[in-house]
Design a protein around this ligand. Sequence first.
Ligand SMILES: [Zn+2]
Length: 138
Amino acid sequence: MDVPAVPGKAAVPCHLVTDQGTNSKSVLCPNCGLLVLRPGLARLTTRQMSLPCVYHKKAVPEAKEPQTETLEHHWVVEDMYTFENVGFTKTTNGAAFGSEPVLRYLACADCEIGPIGWHSPSIVPHKFYVALNRVKHE
Ligand SMILES: [Zn+2]
């Protein structure tokens, strides 16, 4: 068995993805378990994206420089009404993180932990990205 590693593929457990490339499980808030997306509604996409490390909105002082993490695997949906529950941060300058210039982060609508993903209002048609590593699958 000498199968070359496919970069970026190994990190996604295949039981999370259907043959159609959609999410086989519900996507939940990693903190409180709120339902974010129902199964089969989002497509897996690979795109490198820097996001600030997970924080709880109330726990992090605004002035503190956020540390970032590069995430590669995202669930993408094209309509915000596809989400069962999601919250948005105010518009952020993502260029500071080497990302799209205008960003809104997605956060849990209930406990406000985030970012669990992002959306760039300047990208048309609209796409909403949820980072696989930032959510729970059940
Ligand atoms: Zn939550």
